[in-house]
Design a protein around this ligand. Sequence first.
Ligand SMILES: [Ca+2]
Ligand SMILES: [Ca+2]
Length: 174
Amino acid sequence: MNIFRTSLFAAATAVLLSACAGNPSATQAVASGQPARPAGGHGTDAFLGSYDTHRDGVVTRAEFDAIRVQRFRSADKNGDGVLSEDEYVAEFEGRLKRQYFDEGRQPDKAYENSIKQAHVRYGIVNRARDGKFTATEDAAIADKTFKGLDTNNDGSVSKADPQRPPQARGDSVD
Ligand SMILES: [Ca+2]
Ligand SMILES: [Ca+2]
Protein backbone atom coordinates (compact mmCIF):
# COMPACT_ATOMS: atom_id res chain seq x y z
CA MET A 1 0.00 0.00 0.00
CA ASN A 2 1.52 3.34 -1.00
CA ILE A 3 1.36 6.55 1.00
CA PHE A 4 -1.50 8.02 -1.03
CA ARG A 5 -3.69 4.99 -0.52
CA THR A 6 -2.78 4.79 3.16
CA SER A 7 -3.82 8.40 3.79
CA LEU A 8 -6.99 7.90 1.76
CA PHE A 9 -7.84 4.88 3.89
CA ALA A 10 -7.14 6.86 7.07
CA ALA A 11 -9.38 9.67 5.86
CA ALA A 12 -12.18 7.26 5.03
CA THR A 13 -11.86 5.64 8.45
CA ALA A 14 -12.01 9.04 10.14
CA VAL A 15 -15.21 9.90 8.25
CA LEU A 16 -16.72 6.57 9.22
CA LEU A 17 -15.82 7.01 12.87
CA SER A 18 -17.25 10.51 13.07
CA ALA A 19 -20.40 9.30 11.32
CA CYS A 20 -20.81 6.62 13.98
CA ALA A 21 -20.12 9.05 16.80
CA GLY A 22 -22.78 11.41 15.48
CA ASN A 23 -25.43 8.72 15.23
CA PRO A 24 -27.29 8.28 18.53
CA SER A 25 -29.43 5.42 17.22
CA ALA A 26 -26.31 3.30 16.66
CA THR A 27 -25.36 3.76 20.32
CA GLN A 28 -28.88 2.88 21.44
CA ALA A 29 -28.90 -0.26 19.31
CA VAL A 30 -25.70 -1.45 20.98
CA ALA A 31 -27.12 -0.57 24.36
CA SER A 32 -30.22 -2.65 23.60
CA GLY A 33 -27.97 -5.63 24.16
CA GLN A 34 -28.78 -7.74 21.13
CA PRO A 35 -25.73 -9.97 20.89
CA ALA A 36 -23.69 -10.20 17.71
CA ARG A 37 -23.66 -13.83 16.61
CA PRO A 38 -21.39 -13.94 13.59
CA ALA A 39 -21.81 -17.69 13.11
CA GLY A 40 -25.57 -17.28 12.66
CA GLY A 41 -27.99 -20.20 12.59
CA HIS A 42 -31.66 -20.51 11.72
CA GLY A 43 -34.40 -17.92 11.86
CA THR A 44 -34.63 -14.13 11.98
CA ASP A 45 -32.79 -13.69 15.31
CA ALA A 46 -29.79 -15.68 14.11
CA PHE A 47 -29.87 -13.87 10.78
CA LEU A 48 -29.85 -10.45 12.45
CA GLY A 49 -27.09 -11.58 14.81
CA SER A 50 -24.95 -12.58 11.86
CA TYR A 51 -25.64 -9.83 9.32
CA ASP A 52 -26.89 -6.75 11.20
CA THR A 53 -23.52 -5.02 11.33
CA HIS A 54 -25.05 -1.67 12.33
CA ARG A 55 -26.96 -3.33 15.21
CA ASP A 56 -30.06 -1.36 14.28
CA GLY A 57 -32.34 -4.38 13.95
CA VAL A 58 -32.60 -4.13 10.17
CA VAL A 59 -30.61 -5.87 7.44
CA THR A 60 -31.13 -4.43 3.98
CA ARG A 61 -30.52 -6.48 0.87
CA ALA A 62 -27.46 -4.34 0.03
CA GLU A 63 -26.00 -4.85 3.53
CA PHE A 64 -26.57 -8.60 3.29
CA ASP A 65 -25.12 -8.94 -0.21
CA ALA A 66 -22.03 -6.92 0.73
CA ILE A 67 -21.30 -9.20 3.71
CA ARG A 68 -21.88 -12.40 1.70
CA VAL A 69 -19.51 -11.25 -1.05
CA GLN A 70 -16.90 -10.13 1.48
CA ARG A 71 -17.12 -13.46 3.35
CA PHE A 72 -16.80 -15.44 0.14
CA ARG A 73 -13.72 -13.47 -0.94
CA SER A 74 -12.01 -13.71 2.43
CA ALA A 75 -12.73 -17.46 2.53
CA ASP A 76 -11.13 -18.01 -0.88
CA LYS A 77 -7.61 -18.28 0.52
CA ASN A 78 -5.94 -19.53 -2.67
CA GLY A 79 -7.80 -16.95 -4.79
CA ASP A 80 -9.04 -19.40 -7.42
CA GLY A 81 -12.57 -17.94 -7.30
CA VAL A 82 -14.19 -21.02 -5.74
CA LEU A 83 -14.40 -22.40 -2.22
CA SER A 84 -13.08 -25.84 -1.40
CA GLU A 85 -14.61 -27.67 1.56
CA ASP A 86 -11.62 -26.69 3.70
CA GLU A 87 -11.93 -23.01 2.77
CA TYR A 88 -15.68 -23.04 3.37
CA VAL A 89 -15.43 -24.68 6.78
CA ALA A 90 -12.44 -22.56 7.85
CA GLU A 91 -14.37 -19.36 7.11
CA PHE A 92 -17.29 -20.59 9.19
CA GLU A 93 -14.99 -21.70 11.99
CA GLY A 94 -13.41 -18.23 12.05
CA ARG A 95 -16.82 -16.70 12.73
CA LEU A 96 -17.73 -19.38 15.26
CA LYS A 97 -14.47 -18.78 17.13
CA ARG A 98 -15.18 -15.05 17.27
CA GLN A 99 -18.67 -15.75 18.60
CA TYR A 100 -17.34 -18.05 21.32
CA PHE A 101 -14.69 -15.50 22.21
CA ASP A 102 -17.27 -12.69 22.41
CA GLU A 103 -19.45 -14.83 24.66
CA GLY A 104 -16.48 -15.86 26.82
CA ARG A 105 -17.05 -19.54 25.99
CA GLN A 106 -14.56 -22.33 25.44
CA PRO A 107 -15.00 -24.73 22.49
CA ASP A 108 -17.40 -27.48 23.59
CA LYS A 109 -19.52 -30.28 22.16
CA ALA A 110 -21.82 -27.75 20.44
CA TYR A 111 -18.75 -26.20 18.82
CA GLU A 112 -17.66 -29.56 17.41
CA ASN A 113 -21.19 -30.21 16.16
CA SER A 114 -21.31 -26.82 14.46
CA ILE A 115 -18.12 -27.66 12.59
CA LYS A 116 -19.54 -31.03 11.58
CA GLN A 117 -22.68 -29.29 10.36
CA ALA A 118 -20.56 -26.91 8.28
CA HIS A 119 -19.07 -29.94 6.49
CA VAL A 120 -22.59 -31.29 5.90
CA ARG A 121 -23.69 -27.86 4.61
CA TYR A 122 -20.82 -27.83 2.15
CA GLY A 123 -22.14 -31.08 0.71
CA ILE A 124 -25.51 -29.37 0.23
CA VAL A 125 -24.34 -26.01 -1.14
CA ASN A 126 -21.82 -27.62 -3.47
CA ARG A 127 -24.61 -29.15 -5.52
CA ALA A 128 -22.31 -30.32 -8.29
CA ARG A 129 -20.23 -32.18 -5.68
CA ASP A 130 -17.07 -31.14 -7.47
CA GLY A 131 -15.38 -29.46 -4.50
CA LYS A 132 -15.84 -26.07 -6.16
CA PHE A 133 -18.45 -23.92 -4.49
CA THR A 134 -18.86 -20.88 -6.73
CA ALA A 135 -19.87 -17.29 -6.01
CA THR A 136 -22.86 -17.84 -8.31
CA GLU A 137 -24.02 -20.80 -6.23
CA ASP A 138 -23.52 -18.72 -3.08
CA ALA A 139 -25.54 -15.83 -4.55
CA ALA A 140 -28.43 -18.19 -5.40
CA ILE A 141 -28.50 -19.54 -1.84
CA ALA A 142 -28.23 -16.01 -0.42
CA ASP A 143 -31.19 -14.92 -2.54
CA LYS A 144 -33.30 -17.81 -1.26
CA THR A 145 -32.27 -17.20 2.36
CA PHE A 146 -33.06 -13.48 2.21
CA LYS A 147 -36.41 -13.88 0.47
CA GLY A 148 -37.37 -16.62 2.92
CA LEU A 149 -36.92 -14.22 5.85
CA ASP A 150 -38.18 -10.99 4.21
CA THR A 151 -41.75 -12.20 4.53
CA ASN A 152 -43.31 -8.73 4.09
CA ASN A 153 -41.24 -8.23 0.91
CA ASP A 154 -39.99 -4.73 1.70
CA GLY A 155 -36.36 -5.46 0.79
CA SER A 156 -35.06 -5.73 4.34
CA VAL A 157 -35.14 -8.31 7.13
CA SER A 158 -36.19 -7.21 10.61
CA LYS A 159 -38.51 -8.18 13.44
CA ALA A 160 -41.27 -6.53 11.38
CA ASP A 161 -41.22 -9.57 9.11
CA PRO A 162 -43.78 -12.11 10.32
CA GLN A 163 -41.90 -15.36 10.96
CA ARG A 164 -43.04 -18.39 9.07
CA PRO A 165 -43.66 -21.62 10.92
CA PRO A 166 -40.47 -23.75 10.83
CA GLN A 167 -41.92 -26.36 8.44
CA ALA A 168 -42.71 -23.65 5.87
CA ARG A 169 -39.29 -22.09 6.03
CA GLY A 170 -37.65 -24.44 3.54
CA ASP A 171 -34.08 -25.58 3.56
CA SER A 172 -32.05 -22.79 5.03
CA VAL A 173 -28.43 -23.70 4.64
CA ASP A 174 -26.96 -20.62 6.21
CA1 LIG B 1 -10.42 -21.33 -3.30
CA1 LIG C 1 -38.95 -7.10 5.50
